[in-house]
Design a protein around this ligand. Structure first.
Ligand SMILES: [Zn+2]
Length: 664
């Protein structure tokens, strides 16, 4: 009997993976359900044979291994921002120009997380995060724990389908208490209420979410079958009747100056609200006007968010200390008495370099004004010189590196100072961090703190060591604050990075003067890493926009024996060393603009993700499913159901060689 159970687990997991990750199911949902049913019955009879990775573990409200993906039928767009009243008047003029007589609705912009809630025949069946706007995560179980979300609609009529959008948030007081408890237990504190709400909502165990006292405001009716509304206010009224907590409408007016009065009203009361807000939202009330205006590639044209100017707070700088960057640059940081700015407690801000300190005359013990740049990054904006007492001390750059005690020197022609140590642990840490960053190898999970910790524990000493972490899983899962799920996620992100196009690798190496764009140009002009490493200064200079300094910097970099060793190690770990966009030039990179592709099956030469990147970098559009809008379906080995769908719709089907010959 154990054999049959193991077999079923294997079969079901295989098909589930094909269905969810590869989007090419081999069996019908019904067949899948029948196998699952057999497994559930057998596991009930023989619980001792139940395996840990049995698909039955996912059923019900038990902790999930990961969130399922949800495709948003209508993308969850973010709003464009206005930072001044002028921006609002230009928004107003753009709408008038389109021949629309606007009526605006004004409401508060709650600082939380947007979610989508879907109802079928009046029953809540699915809730999801925004994700990247096109695909979100299924967090239904977690949302069900929020008492303000009706599980069934409180109306007499049956609505076949309804989708609403809302903002999940945490009240400031709840946030404060949560952090107090965390501090007592020695757990990590959240930076702000939005962060806390996000962390609570993305729990795999919905029981944790249930304890977090989350709330929700519904701000839009997205889709409904069986009913129609003419205005936003009507639809919100209906949602309120149906049992939702809807966003409070502050004002309805056709007059922009009236709307601005409302914005000022909200701002005056801003800090008395139980929840954090980061602005006000203005949208058109007439739903037909919304449809006729549509969206840009980024945001709807019928709505705009007004962002309140950042808060400023006064505090005292108690100390200025230096941080060592990946290139050895020492960055001075101010440490000041903690203040709450824009909803979160801060006690540090970067002072950039000595020039910044000198030109602003920033001294230890100075009283200063602090704000958050872009509402996120703390910065010192002004020294209150009139409040000086004579106890202020000028900051002096240390002569020795605080981490490795090597000499510190001033860089030629720059305001920056640098540690000269060759094996400075501070530099190595920041190099690894840069290698893993989003624009480089994009390894999520290797944050500053994690890199520092792994270096401390001697789990890694160089960039290449990242790829050996998978052999140290036993040690990793035992580190405080990590655990199985986060380590598994990290290891799979590391494995995935091996497939990246070479431009990410080049950028990740952190070669002086070689930024993201230059890295991508190098990938356009060379076939693989060997060609790049053996190229001359002249070869690089021949690339458009490459000057002598950049070209010399690369050639010098690849002559370094440590670098040669590193590249060799990376090669042996299986990191992609080929350029996937070799041959692209500035003029022909957009050859596939306006063409939509769907990929099905597998390919020898590239992974599907790599192929997707090639198409996108040539201006093409890649979607998951075949529709009338698809121009080409690219077919590899073992194609899925997409092939037959393409055939039935008469979409052009091509193989990869054909793609290369005719399109690329
Ligand atoms: Zn150092």
């Amino acid at each position: 009997m154990k054999n049959r159970i193991d077999e079923l687990v294997k079969i079901l997991n295989y098909h589930s993976k094909r269905y969810h990750e590869q989007d090419s199911p081999l069996i019908t949902d019904y067949e899948y359900d029948m196998l699952l049913k057999e497994l559930i019955e057998l596991e009930a009879k023989y619980p001792m044979y139940k395996s840990k990775d049995s698909p039955t573990q996912r059923i019900g409200a038990q902790p999930l291994k990961e969130f399922e993906k949800v495709k948003h039928i209508i993308p969850m767009e973010s709003l464009s921002n206005a930072f001044s009243y002028e921006d609002l008047y230009s928004f107003h003029e753009r709408i008038i120009k389109e021949g629309i007589t606007p009526e605006y609705v004004l409401d508060k912009k709650i600082d939380g997380l947007s979610v989508s809630l879907e109802y079928k025949d009046n029953i809540f069946f699915r809730g999801s995060t925004r994700g990247d706007g096109l695909y979100g995560e299924d967090i239904t179980n977690n949302l069900k724990t929020i008492p303000y979300i009706p599980l069934t609609l409180k109306i007499n009529k049956i609505i076949p389908y309804l989708e609403v959008r809302g903002e999940v948030y945490m009240d400031k007081q709840v946030f404060k208490k949560l952090n107090e408890t965390a501090a007592q237990n020695g757990d990590k504190e959240f930076a702000n209420p939005r962060n806390a709400a996000a962390g609570s909502l993305r729990q795999l165990d919905s029981k944790i979410t249930a304890q977090r006292n989350l709330k929700i405001f519904i701000f839009n009716l997205q889709q409904i079958k069986g009913m129609t509304f003419n205005t936003h206010t009507d639809s919100l009224h209906f949602l309120h009747e149906a049992g939702f907590i809807t966003n409070e409408i502050i004002r309805v007016s056709s007059d922009m100056s009236e709307i601005i009065k409302g914005i000022e009203e909200i701002q005056a009361k801003r800090h008395s609200f139980p929840h954090d807000i980061d602005g006000a939202v203005i949208k058109l009330n007439n739903l037909a006007d919304r449809v006729s205006l549509g969206s840009t590639s980024k945001a709807p044209r019928w709505s705009i968010a007004y962002k309140y100017p950042p808060e400023q707070k006064e505090t005292v700088i108690r100390n200025i200390f230096v941080q060592v960057g990946r290139s050895g640059v020492l960055t001075p940081n101010a440490e000041f008495d903690p203040v709450i700015v824009s909803g979160s407690k801060i006690s540090r801000a970067t002072l950039h370099n000595m020039d910044f300190i000198n030109s602003n005359d920033i001294r230890i013990n100075d009283k200063v004004l602090i704000q958050k740049a872009g509402d996120v990054i703390p910065e010192v904006i002004k020294v209150l010189i009139e409040k000086r007492t004579g106890n202020e001390k000028a900051f002096v750059m240390p002569k020795k590196c605080p981490l490795c005690n090597s000499d510190v020197v001033k860089m030629d022609n720059k305001a920056a100072y640098k540690c000269t140590g060759v094996s400075c642990i501070g530099q190595i840490a920041r190099k690894i961090e840069h290698y893993c960053s989003k624009d480089a190898m994009d390894i999520e999970g290797l944050s500053t703190a994690t890199v520092d910790k792994f270096l401390d524990l001697r789990l890694i000493n160089t960039i290449a060591d990242i790829y050996e972490l998978k052999d140290k899983k036993d040690i990793l899962v035992k580190i405080d604050g990590y655990g199985n799920t986060s380590i598994e996620k990290l290891l799979s992100a590391i494995e995935k990075s091996k497939e990246n196009n070479i431009d990410r690798l080049i950028f990740g190496l952190g070669i002086e003067h070689i930024g993201k764009k230059a890295s991508s140009l190098i990938a356009d002009n060379f076939n693989d890493m060997d060609d790049i490493m053996s190229a001359s200064v002249e070869d690089f200079v021949s690339i458009n926009t490459f000057g002598d300094i950049m070209s010399q910097s690369i050639v010098k970099y690849f002559k370094n024996s440590d670098v040669i060793l590193l590249i060799d190690k990376l090669k042996r770990h299986g990191i992609n060393m080929k350029s996937l966009n070799y041959g692209n030039t500035v003029n022909n990179t957009r050859k596939l603009v306006g063409k939509t592709f769907v990929i099905t099956g597998s390919f020898n030469e590239y992974s599907r993700e790599q192929l997707k990147q090639i198409l996108i970098s040539n201006g093409g559009n890649v979607t998951e499913s075949v529709s009338k809008k698809t121009d080409y379906v690219i077919v590899g080995e073992n194609p899925g159901s997409k092939l037959s769908k393409a055939e039935s719709l008469g979409i052009k089907i091509i193989k990869i060689d054909e793609l290369k010959l005719t399109l690329l």
